[in-house]
Structure formats: structure tokens, C-alpha cells
Design a protein around this ligand. Structure first.
Ligand SMILES: [Zn+2]
Length: 364
């Protein structure tokens, strides 16, 4: 789809030119003009949308913009740093603005939202990459275990057993793809959340996946959902804590001996980036899973789960289905369905890892 011509004209003719001192054009290497506004890099939204063929709807009265493509959507408002990404609230470091008559978005929006959500020419790279999963190591966490059964279905199916079985299936599928895996538990035993977090953080993995099964009071509730760490979990606070306790695993040794302030800033960036990647992964999983299983896809959500708060890499928590729902309990009992779920997760990871490789490529 193409951006409406009249819409372009409209943007060109908007007379809301903000006169901000220190605005200069900077080259981007991507044929998109970028502006430095108040020391921050901004991009014209219309250029980003043009480049990726993303339809853009502007509501002049409310000064809101709506972008949507392939079931992914973003709502923005001029002057606001709060945006909606697939109906989830996200805070930008700087607000959406208007410069030289056109709506401009901060670099953070381009890199963490736009480039991740609306990937450039994904199909082209997929053909080249021959579908390899571009991850070196993944930590798989089977929720609960031992004396903690997790949720229990009406016919007695225990969450801990489903989680472990899917985790193991996922692990062997990934190994077949050449991805190293580490399981936080490979037997039916209890492991505290803090230990799961330290296993993940010691592993040097690219990704953390926690597998859970759901239960709800309403027995009619069913479906698959994916969680990432809630935006209310402060990256800055986590960064300050981590900077004190952990060393940075960066090639540049200068960081290792640098001040705590500097290390805090780097950790803050790592956490923010991890969250953006976790969101992208969650969406990939839900999108792919929609075509793999015949279940409700409840979508992407966020929560303050302790395991997700503690890990220092992109990570998600998958609720594969509801044991409290009779039909889903029956399905989860079958090895075939659990295998389907594991295979779907692998396909989601493939989609995500290739998107990430693309974003990396476009930054180069
Ligand atoms: Zn659970």
C-alpha cells in the first residue's frame, strides 16, 4: 500500500513549524534525512513510512498518527512521548515533534519500534539466509517443578509436567538447528526464581524463554499468550543495581574499569534494548503461532514477573494454554499438541532472529 498523495501534500503544507534552535540535518546512510533537534536525532515519519511502504493515517484535529501493517500498529501523538505499540503503552525518551512542517520521530522510535515492527524487505533476506535461526544460545526455563506443581487442571494435569515436556522438546528442536540450549531444570525438581535468573545470567545466552501453562477462574478462558517485562519495571533502577554487582561482558576492556555511572548508563541501554527485542519476539511468536495451532492467540502482554525482571538479556514468558479449560487441558495432555507448540515457538524464534539480523544489517 502507498501513502496517500494528498496526505503527503498535507504534511508538506502543515504550517506548524517549530523554531527550535540548533536544528541541523545529519546524514543517516539510509537515504532518510535526519535532524538534530535540541541535540537529539529525529527522522521525518513520512520518510520512514515511504521507505517501508507503511500506510500512515493522520488525524489533524487530535494531531494523532496511526501506522499499521501486518496486524501491527502504532499510535502516536504530536507533542507526546507516550505511544501505543500494538495497544501497549511505551515511553519514548523524547516526544514526537513537528519540524519544518513535517512530523518527526526520535531516533529511539525508529530503532526500537519502527525498525523492529516494520522490518525492511524481510522476504528478501529470508531467501538469502535460508531460514537459519540466528541465535547462538537460548536458555529455556520450564516453570515450577518439584513440590511446586503450578496450575492443576480439572482432570489432574499438572502445569510443571507440561512446561518441562515442552521445554525439552524445544531444546532438542533448537539443537537440531545448531542453537545451543541450556535448561534451568531438566527434571522434576524445585528451583527458586532467583536461581533461574542466575542460571540465565551466567549462561551468556542471547535469549531467555520461560515456559508456563495458564489457569483462570473462568473455565471458558483459553489460548496462547506471551509476556515481556512490564514498562513499569524501571530500567534505570535495574541498571544501577546491576552496575554494582555485575561485570560488563564487553570486548572493550575500558568499560570494565570505568566508573559506576558509566556502567549504569550502559546497563540502562542493555535493558531498554532487551525490552524492545522481547516485544519484537513476543509479536513474532504470536503471529507465527496463529498459523501453527488451532487456539486463541490472546496476544502480547506485559507483567512484572520476577524472572523477567532479573534477566540481563531479551526474555519472554510464554503461557502455552489454560489447564483450567477442559478442551485445552485435553490438548495439552497429548504429545502431538506439545510438539506443535514447541515447533511453533521454534518458527517464532526463526522469524524473530532473522528480523533482528535485518535490523543489525540496516544499522551498519
Ligand atoms: Zn506458571
Amino acid at each position: 500500500m502507498k501513502v496517500d498523495k494528498s496526505l503527503k501534500l498535507f504534511f508538506l503544507s502543515i504550517s506548524l513549524v517549530l523554531l527550535i534552535s540548533g536544528c541541523v540535518s545529519v546524514p543517516t546512510g539510509e537515504n532518510i534525512a535526519a535532524y538534530s533537534i535540541g541535540g537529539k536525532t529525529y527522522y521525518p515519519l513520512i520518510s520512514l513510512c515511504d521507505l517501508r511502504h507503511i500506510p500512515m493515517q493522520y488525524e489533524p484535529l487530535l494531531r494523532t498518527v496511526y501506522l499499521s501493517s501486518n496486524n501491527k500498529s502504532v499510535n502516536l501523538r504530536v507533542g507526546d512521548s507516550l505511544i501505543l505499540v500494538n495497544d501497549n503503552i511505551m515511553h519514548l525518551n523524547s516526544p514526537v515533534d513537528v519540524y519544518q512542517g513535517t512530523i518527526v520521530v526520535p531516533r529511539q522510535f525508529k530503532e526500537e519500534v519502527f525498525d523492529v515492527l516494520f522490518k525492511p524487505a524481510a522476504a528478501a533476506l529470508r531467501r538469502r539466509g535460508a531460514g537459519r535461526i540466528k541465535l547462538a544460545r537460548v536458555v529455556i526455563d520450564a516453570g515450577h517443578g518439584g513440590n511446586d506443581p503450578g496450575a492443576i487442571g480439572r482432570s489432574g494435569l499438572r502445569e510443571k509436567d507440561i512446561n518441562l515436556d515442552i521445554a525439552k522438546r524445544l531444546s532438542s528442536l533448537l539443537k537440531e538447528e545448531g542453537v545451543q540450549t541450556a535448561l534451568t531444570r531438566s527434571t522434576d525438581r524445585f528451583i527458586p526464581l532467583s536461581s533461574r535468573v542466575s542460571i540465565a545470567n551466567r549462561s551468556g545466552a542471547d535469549l531467555f524463554i520461560s515456559v508456563h501453562s495458564n489457569a483462570a477462574r473462568s473455565r471458558s478462558l483459553s489460548g496462547f499468550e506471551v509476556y515481556y517485562v512490564a514498562p513499569s519495571v524501571s530500567d534505570a533502577k535495574r541498571a544501577a543495581l546491576t552496575a554494582r554487582s555485575a561485570s560488563l561482558n564487553l570486548k572493550d576492556a575500558a568499560f570494565a574499569s570505568s566508573s559506576q555511572d558509566l556502567r549504569t548508563i550502559v546497563w540502562d541501554m542493555i535493558y531498554a534494548n532487551s525490552r524492545a527485542e522481547s516485544i519484537a519476539l513476543s509479536h513474532s511468536l504470536c503471529r507465527i503461532m496463529d498459523s501453527c495451532i488451532d487456539a486463541n492467540i490472546l496476544g502480547v502482554k506485559n507483567a512484572r514477573f520476577q524472572v523477567l525482571k532479573g534477566i540481563r538479556m531479551p526474555g519472554i514468558l510464554i503461557e502455552v494454554g489454560f489447564v483450567s479449560n477442559l478442551n485445552e487441558e485435553r490438548l495439552l495432555r497429548t504429545a502431538a499438541y506439545r510438539q506443535k507448540l514447541a515447533e511453533g515457538i521454534v518458527e517464532g524464534l526463526r522469524d524473530y532472529s532473522q528480523d533482528m539480523a535485518l535490523v543489525e544489517e540496516s544499522r551498519r
